[in-house]
Write a protein that binds this ligand. Structure first.
Ligand code: THU
Length: 138
C-alpha cells in the first residue's frame, strides 16, 4: 500500500489506538472483535469498539461507536481527519453498510478510512465517498 507521508503518519498513529480499542470489544456472540480510531481535526483520537447484545440486532459496530462517542463528546460532524478500522480475525475488514451510511452523514466525503485485518499487506485505504457512492441523503 503506497501512502502519502501524511497518510502513513496518520495510519501509524491510529493503528495502536484501534488495536487497543479492539481489546475492549464486547463480542461474546460473534467472537469477532473490531476496533476503530477516529482522528479529529483538533488532533484528538476517539476510540470505538463493537458492543454486542444477546438481542443481536442491538449490536453496535466499532465504527459507529467511535463516531457516536465523538459527537457525544462535542466534536462536530465533518470535523474528522481520518478513521482506522482494525479487525484481527479477518485478513481485511470492510465496514458494514450501516456504518458506511453513518460515515456519509458525519464525515467528509474525502476523509480516509484505513482498513486493516491480520494481513498487513491486504490493508486498504478507502475514502468515505468510495465506501458508499451515491449515498442517500436529503
Ligand atoms: N463489526 C464491526 O464492528 N465493524 C465492522 O466493520 C464489521 C462488523 C462487528 C459487528 C459484530 O459485533 C461483529 O463485528 C460481527 O459481525
Amino acid at each position: 500500500m503506497s501512502r502519502s507521508p501524511e497518510a502513513q503518519a496518520q495510519f501509524e498513529r491510529l493503528l495502536p489506538e484501534a488495536i487497543a480499542a479492539a481489546r475492549a470489544a464486547w463480542c461474546p456472540h460473534s467472537d469477532f472483535p473490531v476496533g476503530a480510531a477516529l482522528l479529529t481535526l483538533d488532533e484528538h483520537i476517539i476510540r470505538g469498539c463493537n458492543v454486542e447484545n444477546v438481542s443481536y440486532g442491538l449490536t453496535n459496530c466499532a465504527e459507529r461507536s467511535a463516531l457516536f462517542s465523538a459527537i457525544a463528546q462535542g466534536h462536530a460532524p465533518a470535523s474528522f481527519k481520518a478513521m482506522l478500522v482494525y479487525a484481527p480475525k479477518v485478513a481485511l475488514i470492510a465496514p458494514c453498510g450501516a456504518c458506511r451510511q453513518v460515515m456519509h452523514e458525519l464525515m467528509s466525503a474525502g476523509c480516509p478510512v484505513y482498513c486493516v485485518g491480520h494481513d498487513a499487506t491486504a490493508a486498504r485505504d478507502w475514502t468515505v465517498e468510495q465506501l458508499l457512492p451515491g449515498a442517500f441523503g436529503f
